[in-house]
Ligand binder design. Sequence first.
Ligand code: ASP
Length: 363
Amino acid sequence: MKRLLLTLLICLSGVSTFAQGYSDKITLVIHGGAGTITRANMSPEREKAYREALNTALETGYDVLKKGGTSVQAVEAAIHVMEDSPLFNAGKGAVFTNEGKNELDAAIMEGKTLKAGAVAGVTTIKNPISAAIAVMDQSAHVMMAGKGAELFAKEKGLEIVDPSYFYTEARYKALERAKEQEKTELDHNGKEENGDKRGTGKPDVKKAPRTGYYPAEDLIFTEGKKFGTVGCVALDKYGNLAAGTSTGGMTNKRYGRIGDAPIIGAGTYANNATCAVSATGHGEYFIRSVVAHDISALMEYKGMPLSEAANEVVMKKLVERGGEGGVIAVDRNGNVAMPFNSEGMYRGYIKSDGKREILIYKD
Ligand code: ASP
């Protein structure tokens, strides 16, 4: 009799579990940046290091989902691994601004509640994705910037570090090369295009009305066009989606420049009705094309399947507008899309049916 009752109880809880929308399709997808990533410019050691780091991030995030954690918790765990690795342009290993500083951006969005949180231009928060989650969960706001965001993170007990924590020699050298490249191009402009025979390197200000001294396209140098931002999207067993992105932005950025990563709808977006998206690439283009929300909107308003919607935005719209980069996305059925229009994108996923991949190049 006791056993019968127990069986009945288990059956009933199974039914109610199903009724609440539990999913057996837990899925985790990550990216570690897109850009000029080719076999020709990758050494076997470097490739191994990236694969290992991506694998650890994937396993860490997926483990959270497997143990019944939420999609937000899984996204945070996976992103922590990449923020703590110097290989990626997020947390430790972030790129340098023109002034030689590291200014970090991050965002999170929860598909069930449409709640979101973001921090921008922070310099002392060890794991900016956790600060974004704190903004979402523990404040009345969506985005906090600079000193205020840092104060808030400290008050919430997050780990605060000296700005020197973010320094890596490789990224500093990248800044030096970017500045060198900028100088060469400005000298070139000065001589050839502005008829400046003395070669002062000062471009014609009339040619750059919006930015003043520099032509707009010279403002940010991508240093070999590698965008190393990290991101994660996940579907948990409760059927809820989440998306998170964390970045140091772009090498040689200036004037407090903020990219697409912390802007909800541009670099990060999640909605249980459609999908969760995290982007990487030349942020200015992703902001102007509202990339992440655009993918969701195509699904919502046009009924497009995930991969078609993601391709439409990344492979058509962005390409037409000259925006280089890619996205990772997952829908509520566990379908995954990872389109990019650059030469490569560090990316990978694990699905509940055991399917998993870690990919870097186009082919
Ligand atoms: N999207 C980032 C930004 O523009 C850069 C990146 O993806 O690495 O800030």
